[in-house]
Design a protein around this ligand. Structure first.
Ligand SMILES: Cc1cc2nc3c(=O)[nH]c(=O)nc-3n(C[C@H](O)[C@H](O)[C@H](O)COP(=O)(O)O)c2cc1C
Length: 210
C-alpha cells in the first residue's frame, strides 16, 4: 500500500505504526516525504483502517465529517488572515467549517460542532474585550472541544486567559497556538512572522484527532 501525501496526519500515523510494529516486517508503507515504514502482513487490514481514519477523510467520533465552528475578533486583520487560512485548511481536509465574527454568533446558542476555535488578539494587557465578553456568555458548552489562537505584539500571549474562561464553561482544550505580530505591517494585517502557515498547519492537524 502506498500512502502518498504529505501532511501532519501521516507523521501521526507513522509514529503510531513505528511504536506498534517494530519487528516481523514484511511490507513497506511510504509516507512521503518521510522514509518508508515496514509493517507485518497480518496487520494490513488494521493499517488500512488507520489510513481511512486518519488520512483519507478526518471524521468525527460519530463517523460524520468533522464540523468546525470558528469564532474570531481581529482589529487589523492579522487574526483574520489566520482564521481564513485555517478555515481553508479544514475545508481542504473535508471538514465542514463555519466562520463567525464575535458579533455574528450567539454565544448562548452556538451551532453544533465537533471542535470550536476561538481567535483573538491581546489588547491592553488582556484578551481583547469582545472575545472576553463572548466567552463569558457562552452557554451549553460543557464537554465541547476547543482550539484557541491568540495574536500579540509585546511579550506575553493570552492563551492562558482564553483557557481560563473556557474551563469555566467546562470546555475541553484540544490545542492552542500563539502568533507574535511585529513590524510596520501590523496595522495593515501584515505583521505575522515568517512560517506562520506551517504553525497553523500543525494546529489544524491537532484539531482533526479529537
Ligand atoms: C489598543 C491596543 C492595545 C494593545 N495592547 C497590547 C498588549 O497589551 N499586549 C500585547 O502583546 N499586544 C498589544 N497590542 C497589539 C495587538 O495584540 C496586535 O495589534 C494584534 O495582535 C494584531 O492582531 P489583529 O490584526 O488581529 O488585530 C495592542 C494593540 C492595540 C490596538
Amino acid at each position: 500500500m502506498n500512502i502518498v501525501k504529505s501532511d501532519s496526519n501521516q507523521k501521526y500515523v507513522r509514529k503510531f505504526l513505528y511504536k506498534k510494529f517494530s519487528r516481523n516486517c514484511f511490507r513497506t508503507i511510504y509516507c512521503q516525504p518521510l522514509s518508508p515504514i515496514i509493517i507485518p502482513q497480518r496487520c494490513f487490514k488494521y493499517v488500512e483502517s488507520l489510513y481511512y481514519l486518519f488520512i483519507r477523510e478526518p471524521k468525527s467520533p460519530f463517523g460524520e465529517l468533522m464540523k468546525y465552528v470558528i469564532v474570531h475578533w481581529s482589529r487589523f486583520g492579522n487574526g483574520k488572515k489566520l482564521v481564513d487560512y485555517l478555515a481553508g485548511k479544514l475545508k481542504e481536509k473535508k471538514g465542514e467549517t463555519q466562520l463567525f465574527k464575535t458579533d455574528e454568533a450567539d454565544p448562548a446558542a452556538m451551532p453544533e460542532a465537533d471542535v470550536y476555535v476561538f481567535s483573538a488578539p491581546t489588547e491592553v494587557m488582556n484578551l481583547q474585550k469582545n472575545m472576553r465578553k463572548f466567552m463569558k456568555k457562552l452557554k451549553g458548552m460543557e464537554g465541547k472541544k476547543y482550539g484557541i489562537i491568540n495574536t500579540y505584539g509585546m511579550k506575553k500571549n493570552r492563551l492562558d486567559k482564553m483557557e481560563k474562561l473556557l474551563s469555566k464553561k467546562k470546555m475541553v482544550k484540544v490545542a492552542g497556538v500563539e502568533f507574535h505580530v511585529e513590524g510596520d505591517g501590523v496595522q495593515t494585517g501584515n505583521g505575522l512572522m515568517k512560517g506562520w502557515e506551517g504553525k497553523l498547519d500543525e494546529f489544524a492537524g491537532k484539531l482533526e484527532h479529537i
